[in-house]
Design a binder for this molecule. Structure first.
Ligand code: GA4
Length: 333
């Protein structure tokens, strides 16, 4: 007997749509960076959700729309032209396949190093029909977003009453900072509800936590992003193209000895609209030791984690599946 190949679409992961609505469940914390209470609210949000939305962020909207336009132009190219950029190992164009360990999603993307010098400049020269325009848009966007990420990290240090205000931000400012930038395009997803009779959504990007310190996400006005609450339930994050969303990463969880929680999140594909997102992942230099800050340890408080460098954590992360709990290997028993 000849086994029929499954229609391609059925080979993608999907999830039952059972999402809590924001009227009954906690609203996403909203931080107005121009207000004096920002630092207090940031600490609360990082402890409760590991996630918050930022307004009055100071990033010119023109930088955002220029980069989005370049990204849309690139993703509209025929597949063979996009593939000329080379595979995302570690930096390049990826389509449906995520990471090195067999994860897939309804997404195509570009992954870059976010260090503006060196590799980034060389890599960008491969992009699309007008790489110079892309390069300009990317540089402006990245400088502004990195500045905002550092301001937020300084508010966190302040809010935690750490004397050295730049204790976190200096890791991103370091010339050797191992930061990454990602442009994601989630094409509208054909309706899969008829596949199994229950309401389902295709997974655009499967659930995971980010390994770095902080992630700064901006998307167009298409929904899809969900975060997981402490009880394991998922809530949808209403899109807002003029704001940024901040994720606490695994490294910041460790630096705060678990006081801040890295947030598990995922993206569901939308059946009618394209979603375009841009995410800056602020990471430390490879040689940096990631350990709880002594000034945050109260009394006889012990570190919850074994000692490791960012290089060691990254190596371990890249041998994991997207949904794995990566910190578990570094917890003290
Ligand atoms: C999640 C955060 C960033 O997007 C990323 C991802 C990376 C990749 O897409 O190559 C990883 C994932 C992310 C964590 C575990 C590994 C590595 C895919 C994967 C299965 C660029 C990153 O730094 O870690």
């Amino acid at each position: 007997m000849v086994a029929l190949a499954k229609p391609a679409i059925q080979q993608f992961p999907f999830t039952k749509t059972s999402c809590k609505t924001s009227t009954l469940f906690p609203a996403i914390p909203l931080i107005d960076l121009s207000k004096p209470d920002a630092k207090t609210l940031i600490i609360k949000a990082c402890e409760e959700f590991g996630f918050f939305k930022v307004i009055n962020h100071g990033v010119p909207l023109e930088f955002i729309s220029r980069l989005e336009a370049e990204a849309v132009k690139f993703f509209s190219l025929p597949l063979p032209e996009k593939a000329q950029v080379g595979p995302p190992r570690p930096f390049g164009y990826g389509n449906k396949s995520i990471g090195p360990n067999g994860d897939v999603g309804w997404v195509e993307y570009l992954l870059f190093t976010a260090n503006q010098e060196s590799n980034l400049q060389r890599f960008v020269s491969l992009l699309g029909k007008n790489p110079e325009k892309f390069r300009g848009a990317l540089n402006d966007y990245l400088s502004a977003v990195k500045k905002m990420a550092c301001e937020i990290l300084e508010l966190m240090a302040d809010g935690l009453k750490i004397q050295q205000r730049n204790v976190f931000s200096k890791l991103l400012m370091d010339e050797q900072s191992d930061s990454v930038f990602r442009l994601n395009h989630y094409p509208p997803c054909p309706d899969i509800q008829s596949l199994n009779g229950i309401n389902s959504n295709m997974i655009g990007f499967g659930e995971h936590t980010d390994p770095q310190i902080i992630s700064v996400l901006r998307s167009n006005n298409t929904s899809g992003l969900q975060i997981s609450l402490r009880d394991g339930s998922w809530i949808s994050v209403p899109p807002d193209q003029n704001s940024f969303f901040i994720n606490v990463g695994d490294s910041l969880q460790v630096l705060t000895n678990g006081r801040f929680k890295s947030v598990r999140h995922r993206v569901l594909a939308n059946s009618s609209k394209s979603r375009v997102s841009m995410i800056y992942f602020g990471g430390p230099p490879l040689s940096e030791k990631i350990a709880p800050l002594p000034s945050l340890m109260k009394g006889h408080e012990q570190s919850l984690y074994k000692e490791f460098t960012w290089f060691e954590y990254k190596k371990s992360a890249y041998s994991s599946k997207l949904a794995d709990n990566r910190l578990i290997h570094f917890e003290k028993i």
